[in-house]
Design a protein around this ligand. Sequence first.
Ligand code: SF4
Length: 308
Amino acid sequence: MQMPPLPRVDEERAREVAGVVRRLGLRRDSYDDPRFYPPRSTPRELQLGYFAAMVAVDHRTTTPLTRFEGVFDGERLHGADALYRLGRRLFDEDPEFFTPERLASMGVDEGRRLFEIGGVRVWDFYTRVFLLRDLGCKTLELYGSFENLFSSNRASEIVARLRVFRAYEDPVEKKAMLLLKFLDGRGLVRVVDRDRLDVPVDNHLTRIAIRLGVVRLSSEELLVKQVEVGPEVDRAIREAVKKAWRLVARYSGVDVFTLDDYLWSFGRRACLRGSSPRCGHCPFAEVCLARARGVFLDEHRFTLTWYY
Ligand code: SF4
């Protein structure tokens, strides 16, 4: 039987990468882009509901066979950008949709307003409807409102509360951390136990970590062949990625959420999947293992998940 690849964090390389990150001059986002997020003037309950709901369904929209994209007010958007654009549009038309009551009883027609572009539905349409209903039902039953659900300013407490929701059950806590990133950045929750925060680990952060060499695998065969892995291997790799970026954040003095915003965007515009990332102007070029080797691996393949 083939042994699963064991991931390990390369601390020395994490220090080198942190040196580059420190010089980037990154700034914390406040998530006020009117294309994607609701105005601050709206009631806190609705803002909390918006972020809790949108993050609950913020996982991959692209699979090897499908793509989620469209043109919005003359701008072509794909993936999470398209999803949040649809969310903001729905919020403008019908803000009450983001109450626990409405989420709990949402139907297919409402799902189409969030998960369909030009008649094409996102690949796991019914899963996303289910995740929102689950969020609404349990929020109503256990807390009564989103204000009560997010009444704590401790990340540890919020993460523990979120575990009951199917959307937030990822053991690596991608969506929980993403939600905290938004809530903290918007000032909806001021997190006090900041040591509990981590990057939300997704495909981009994993691919960049592997290419830079801050995470090493005992065998790269699964990456080279792009064999679908199981949940245990996925979890082990992403836990290592989380730990590696935690070290980079600590050594660089940049907080994990600021680092995540940069890496997510960098993964979408520069360190792209495939054999031709845009290394020409990459700030990490001098410390990048993939560039030194001339081998540009993608992240492991784990397709059928709603965790990230
Ligand atoms: S040098 Fe290339 S492979 Fe390495 S991090 Fe930069 S874009 Fe990615």
